[in-house]
Design a protein around this ligand. Structure first.
Ligand SMILES: [Zn+2]
Ligand SMILES: [Zn+2]
Length: 321
């Protein structure tokens, strides 16, 4: 993510800022990728702290307009959890927008979001026919840690959920193209195999012992759809790590240029090498505070080939070229 310039004074603005350090209200223009000192601001600004601008007064911003279902506000913490969830969604939509997905220049279908709080029954996250369902309860660190441990995952965040579920949506968009489907099946296998049976097998028997030779995560070994979603989420992780490092001035001798733009990089090998090197450096920085590694994953050769495949399609996919 970029670090943005302040339109009304000195200093920088971060993507989630609602105001400058001098308390002057600002809004983020997702089309211009810049902060503005004037509205119209999103109708969700007061309610959930959305800092994007809206097309007209009283309207939702481009991101909030994609949310068809908001959580039941009578469930404890539903609204503050929803606010954090929408912030993660805006971040990932802006990432995908760098490759033109879901911006006005993208002629394809937009995702519809169902943001659900959890009452007595857990909410199953997922994607079906363009509808992304997200459990806002996972903003709670206790809920998230319990599920991460139960599923033996090294990493679980709301931004990770957004990337994973939107990746399913992107597959659905790309699957309209036969050339995509043919090449997808060569790299990831045939996604027409029984999905429910595959997931049941995964939860009962666990992943094959050598899963990390072929997949980025154990869950990715369950079915080609999940392999794609995990791999595409990781491509977004790695690209955003590289982009955020460049914006923050964290560097490596491997950086091609000081103003290198990872989203414009055509060579997936270069992108992955630089991102992995930067991630390793930030892992080291995190250890100085006793924090978990930023990116606790290993990129096998097969996983790198899959990441390169996803990179190729996400870079050119929104325009259908
Ligand atoms: Zn909004
Ligand atoms: Zn999935």
């Amino acid at each position: 993510m970029y670090v943005f310039s302040n339109p009304v004074g000195a200093g920088s603005l971060w993507f989630d800022n609602l105001a400058t350090a001098d308390a002057i209200p600002v809004g983020y223009d997702p089309q211009a990728r810049a902060f503005l000192p004037v509205g119209p601001f999103c109708a969700n600004r007061e309610r959930i702290g959305c800092n994007w601008i809206a097309p007209r007064a009283g309207a939702f911003c481009r991101s909030c307009a994609m949310t068809a279902l908001a959580p039941d506000p009578t469930i404890a913490n539903a609204v503050p959890n929803w606010a954090v969830t929408e912030a993660a969604k805006r971040w990932v939509l802006d990432n995908l927008g760098r490759w033109h997905w879901f911006r006005p220049e993208d002629p394809g279908t937009r995702p519809v979001f169902h943001m659900l709080a959890e009452g007595l029954t857990p909410v199953q996250m997922g994607h079906v026919d363009g509808v992304v369902t997200i459990s806002v309860a996972e903003v709670d660190p206790v809920v998230r840690a319990a599920r991460r441990q139960a599923l033996e995952e090294p990493y679980r965040t709301m931004i990770g959920h957004m990337r994973h579920e939107l990746a399913h949506m992107l597959w659905w968009r790309l699957s309209l193209r036969q050339d995509f489907l043919d090449s997808f099946r060569q790299v990831f296998g045939d996604e027409r195999q029984d999905y429910q049976a595959a997931l049941q097998r995964h939860y009962e028997a666990g992943p094959p012992p050598d899963w990390n030779q072929r997949h980025l995560t154990a869950y990715a070994a369950s079915h080609p759809h999940e392999d794609w979603a995990e791999t595409a989420a990781h491509l977004l992780h790695l690209t955003d790590i590289a982009d955020s490092c460049v914006a923050a001035g964290v560097t490596t001798p491997m950086l091609p240029r000081h103003d290198w733009d990872p989203y414009a990089e055509a060579d997936p090998g270069m992108l992955m090498r630089v991102a992995a090197d930067l991630a390793m450096r930030v892992n080291h920085i995190n250890r100085s505070m006793g924090l978990a590694d930023l990116y606790p994953f290993v990129l096998s050769e097969v996983a790198q080939r899959k990441l390169a495949f996803v990179h190729n399609w996400l870079r050119r996919g929104a325009h259908g070229r």
